[in-house]
Design a binder for this molecule. Structure first.
Ligand SMILES: [Zn+2]
Ligand SMILES: [Zn+2]
Length: 393
């Protein structure tokens, strides 16, 4: 009787344990499913962000077929390392010097040798763009090098030492934006006017479409900082002077034809805003089919950032990131752009957004971490109850 009672008690406990095991198992499966969904979503985001920088499935043959304008000769440098010699290396040295990665005193002729200075410039470039730091001209580095881009330098004299700067970026997680030497801003006035050069105009885009594209680009910035922009007809009187120029246009920074350098503009309170007239400009990418089409408004938003005092940002999604691929449309300011401009001018009265992207990123990370904890807790409970179940069986 006693043993029967014990047997019954055991059976009840066994059933109870088994039930708990099943409940735990279902909970675990639900967690695993949820976590799998999170992981798939995360990897999709990651793939999307990587494809913006470098298409993973791009093979060397496809790369060699890419049109890169004046920088096409860089494609001959795939996997070049120290000791290699070629005219393309001399060209690359000029490129690195122009964008602040290599110190090439004015008047010095760049040699064709892949020397220590080139390797150091490549490493600096890879670090700035968040590429694997290899010191060789691998495919991801060359792919970034040939992307059409803004003519302003990435690494400016007044910047902190790039290594310290990178450390700061990693520590804070958000500050990728930069300013010009001395942090110039518009101090004499906050209501600015702009005008288009009557002689240096684009023929690719209609006047109406061009007017709208620039108005919308200026509006992006006036929505976040206390600056206003108004188009006027008098070019001479305008604070910001916009021209579509070809080749050498008398400011010591000649344009280079289609692709390559797209535009450049000057720091406050200069106001010069130049676009390369040789680009395949469009205001409407959906109706434009050319593989070389460049979105006018995307470039305008970027250059206006310079006109109000921002330098380049190493944040890939930022408007102030220096390159823009053909056919890419990137018109919206992101937190990094907004924080950079607001640290120069403060927020506009109408600005209501939050710019704390780092916090939200952290929260997302905590969310994933939390799921991990749940998963392990589930495993732990399952193991305990399985053991209890077997010991009673
Ligand atoms: Zn720029
Ligand atoms: Zn110019």
């Amino acid at each position: 009787m006693k043993s029967h009672f014990i047997m019954r008690g055991c059976r009840v406990k066994h059933i109870y344990s088994c039930g708990f095991v099943f409940v735990s198992l279902y909970w675990f499966m639900a967690q695993a499913l949820f976590f799998q969904v999170m992981r798939v979503e995360g990897s999709t985001d990651q793939a999307a962000s990587k494809s913006f920088m470098f298409p993973i499935n791009l093979d060397p043959l496809q790369f060699l077929n890419l049109e890169a304008g004046v920088w096409s000769d860089f494609k001959s440098l795939i996997n070049a390392t120290k000791g290699y010699s070629s005219d393309a290396i001399a060209h690359l040295k000029l490129y690195f010097a122009q964008f602040g990665y290599l110190d090439l005193p004015e008047g010095m002729i760049a040699s064709a040798d892949f020397d220590d200075a080139v390797e150091a410039a490549i490493r600096l470039y890879q670090q700035w763009f968040g590429l694997p730091i290899t010191g060789i001209l691998d495919l991801p580095t060359l792919y970034q090098l040939i992307q059409p881009r803004c003519g302003r330098a990435d690494v400016l004299e007044s910047f902190f030492d790039i290594n310290d700067r990178k450390k700061t970026q990693i520590t804070t997680g958000i500050k990728h934006y930069s300013f010009f030497p001395g942090n110039p801003v518009w101090t004499s006035k906050r209501s600015l006017t702009y005008a288009f050069s009557p002689s240096l105009e684009t023929t690719r885009v209609s006047t109406a479409a061009r007017t709208t594209a620039f108005a919308e680009a200026f509006a992006q910035w006036s929505a976040v900082v206390p600056l206003t922009f108004k188009e006027i007809s008098s070019y001479d009187d305008a604070d910001i002077k916009i021209e579509f120029a070809d080749g050498d246009h008398s400011d010591g920074q000649p344009f280079d034809g289609m692709l390559g350098i797209l535009a450049h503009s000057f720091s406050p309170e200069d106001g010069r805003f130049h676009l390369d007239n040789a680009e395949y400009w469009t205001a409407d990418m959906t109706s434009e089919k050319s593989p070389f089409a460049m979105d006018l408004e995307s470039v305008a938003v970027h250059e206006i950032g310079h006109l109000i005092g921002l330098g380049h940002s190493s944040a890939k999604n930022a408007i102030m990131f220096p390159s823009l691929s053909p056919r890419e449309v990137k018109r919206q300011l992101v937190d990094d752009d907004i924080q950079g401009s607001q640290s120069l001018y403060g927020a506009s009265q109408s600005f209501q957004g939050s710019t704390d992207s780092f916090q939200s990123t952290n929260q997302t990370a905590n969310g994933v971490f939390g799921r991990f904890l749940d998963l392990w807790l589930c495993w732990f409970l399952l193991t305990i109850h399985l053991l209890a179940s077997f010991s009673h069986a």
